[in-house]
Design a protein around this ligand. Structure first.
Ligand SMILES: [Mn+2]
Length: 378
């Protein structure tokens, strides 16, 4: 029996530039803790080794602290073996990175920098296909065909696409054949690249990223923030593969379709995750439907109210179309300058001859006027 933890796509040092500083700090912190967390998951599962199938580092030149802290965390448990494979983000083209890692690597870390087989204990051997460049342009897993001593369990380690995950793109020459494990006599093929966890066959898995890093996979319903515990009973046996949760930040995506006259604040509240989870949740909301001034005002007030619960909350309101209700204008004022302004803005917003941007500005100004009147009332 040989048991190991399969992970990939840690993307240590990922900057998360589009987020505010405090969110970036929290996301970076979650990634810094990944190596200790994977070691803990491996120990808890009684695994002998951790295999990282590429993109351990987010870039070819991570900050020295990112490299050093990863290596220190690996060194902290000398009895656990690690194998790290270069992926497309941290390919072999990053010569200074890998020279540095090689120089500073603790004895329990083995770098898969060439296709040479790596012995793990006396029962298993890792056959690596390190990424030679960001786009190697050929299927590097051809190298996994190489023979090994009889009686050893053969574990392939590679990074890249099995099929083109982007719709409309042809499977190019760099695509890994989905039956690579069977073709090359592998007991298991540990893959990295796709950040969602997915089995391609009984012997071929993407571990997915152990710490989610975008809303994209949440939208697709994919499992992220997890690793795989793989147990091999012996050469030829079908592997037993179990998913273990490793993520500390939750990326969620929700779409809410609203109808005129609905209690929008109530709809929003029921769609949101539990309060206890919000401090570690990034939530991307998309709202659709038709709303009057009062409903939209209530929605914005509710978003402002719950926003501070979350690590990050973003709401896309561009799918909300206005509906005109004279009662809303009455709430601004029944006459006088404010009412005149409100009517002029409502007319501008509804005018089909105006540019969309001008209509949007009028709509926003009208919304502000409504909020102002509501605040003055209360
Ligand atoms: Mn990746």
């Amino acid at each position: 029996m040989f048991r190991f933890l399969h992970s990939a796509d840690l993307h240590l040092g990922k900057p998360f530039g589009r987020f505010p500083e405090e969110v970036r700090g929290s996301l970076r912190e979650a990634r810094t803790a990944l190596i200790p967390r994977l070691a803990e998951a491996a120990r808890a599962a009684d695994a002998e080794a951790v295999l990282l199938a590429g993109d351990t580092f987010d870039s070819e030149s991570p900050a020295p602290a990112v490299i050093r802290q990863a290596l220190n965390a690996i060194a902290a448990d000398p009895g656990l073996a690690w194998v790290i494979l270069p992926g497309n983000h941290d390919s072999l083209a990053a010569t200074p990175l890998w020279e540095r890692v090689r120089r500073e690597a603790p004895p329990n870390l083995c770098l898969a920098l060439d296709p040479q087989p790596i012995a793990l204990g006396d029962a298993a051997v890792v056959l690596p296909a390190p990424a030679t460049a960001r786009r190697p342009g050929r299927d590097l897993t051809d190298d996994l065909d190489q023979p090994t001593a009889p009686g050893l369990m053969r574990i392939g380690l590679a990074h890249g696409a099995v099929t083109s995950f982007s719709a409309g793109e042809d499977d190019g020459p760099a695509v890994i054949p989905p039956d690579r494990a069977e073709r090359s006599g592998l007991d298991y093929l540990a893959l990295g690249d796709w950040h969602g966890q997915i089995g391609i066959g009984a012997r071929t898995w993407y571990a997915g990223t152990p710490e989610a890093d975008s809303f994209r996979h949440a939208r697709a319903g994919a499992v992220t923030g997890a690793a795989l515990v793989v147990s091999l009973a012996g050469p030829g046996a079908v592997p037993v593969v179990e998913s273990v949760a490793t993520g500390r930040r939750d990326w969620r995506q929700a779409e809410i379709a609203l109808l005129p006259g609905e209690d929008v604040a109530g709809r929003l509240r029921t769609a949101l995750p539990l309060v206890v989870a919000r401090a570690v949740t990034l939530l991307s909301l998309r709202l659709e439907g038709r709303l009057g001034l009062a409903a939209r005002d209530a929605l914005q007030a509710e978003l402002a109210e719950v926003g501070p619960d979350f690590l990050h909350l973003e709401a896309d309101l561009s799918g909300l179309a206005p509906v005109h209700d004279p009662a809303d204008l009455d709430r601004i004022d029944r006459g006088g300058a404010l009412r005149t302004a409100a009517e002029a803005l409502a007319a501008e917003e509804a005018d089909p001859d105006r540019a969309a941007q001008d209509s949007a500005v009028a709509a926003e100004a009208l919304q502000h006027l409504f909020a102002f009147a509501r605040a003055a009332d209360s």
